[in-house]
Design a protein around this ligand. Structure first.
Ligand SMILES: Nc1nc2c(ncn2[C@@H]2O[C@H](COP(=O)(O)OP(=O)(O)OP(=O)(O)O)[C@@H](O)[C@H]2O)c(=O)[nH]1
Length: 209
């Protein structure tokens, strides 16, 4: 087996859409209905084996509330993939996706935004009061760069693993992975692409392997 590749995946979106819950569901398979807002950033690692290669997904969960903007933006650089999350029962969080994408592109200093791997997540699929339709969300993704779109529930685990593992195919450039998309490896914004930079350390570290 070849040596481990590290993929830095960052989760962005409005406060309360379920970013921490998605990360916790994926990495620890737990859900807490009374989570506190994130302050700054946290990260968790998850190891996967894909076609005989070990890949470590380093998932960075950020604080979505506006007042924490200056605490989260220093951590965008060096990301390989960006998950843009909104809540299906909160239309405003969907309308804010464009702002999140803009903030990421600016602070991560993405040179080629059109080829950067963004994945969009509509979370809280289990909640019956939906404000954003699947058609509307898919249309936004198609019109804003052809981003893959997943509807997830951190509460009941629907599509959570599929959405994170899309990052490996999309961001890691696994040819022939079944996604039907070409490899993104040539465009990947890996840490090794910025050798002169040392990424800042998060204010809160929760490191699981
Ligand atoms: N019903 C339901 N509730 C969810 C789901 N995901 C998260 N929640 C709840 O929504 C609330 C906010 O979830 P968080 O994971 O803290 O949201 P966040 O996006 O990390 O919020 P910030 O840290 O402020 O950016 C919590 O009470 C969660 O339990 C989901 O899929 N379904």
């Amino acid at each position: 087996m070849s040596k481990t590749a590290l993929l830095k995946v960052i989760l962005l979106g409005d406060g309360g859409v379920g970013k921490s819950s998605l990360m916790n569901r994926y990495v620890t398979n737990k859900f807490d209905s009374h989570l506190f807002h994130t302050i700054g950033v946290e990260f968790l690692n998850k190891e996967l084996e894909v076609d005989g290669h070990v890949v470590t997904l380093q998932i960075w969960d950020t604080a979505g509330q506006e007042r924490f903007r200056s605490l989260r933006t220093p951590f965008y650089r060096g990301s390989d993939c960006c998950l843009l999350a909104f809540s299906l029962d909160d239309g405003q969080s969907f309308r804010n996706l464009a702002n999140w994408k803009k903030e990421f592109v600016y602070y991560a200093d993405v040179k080629e935004p059109d080829s950067f791997p963004f994945v969009v997540l509509g979370n809280k699929l289990d909640v019956p009061e939906r404000q954003v339709s699947a058609e509307e969300a898919r249309r936004w993704c198609a019109e804003n760069g052809g981003h893959p779109y997943f509807e997830t529930s951190a509460k009941d685990a629907t599509n959570v693993a599929g959405a994170f593992e899309e990052e490996v195919r999309w961001g890691g450039g696994e040819e022939g992975s079944g996604s039907g998309r070409p490899s993104r490896a040539a465009h990947s914004h890996k840490h090794c692409g910025h050798p002169e930079e040392k990424p800042p350390q998060p204010t809160v570290l929760l490191k699981h392997t």
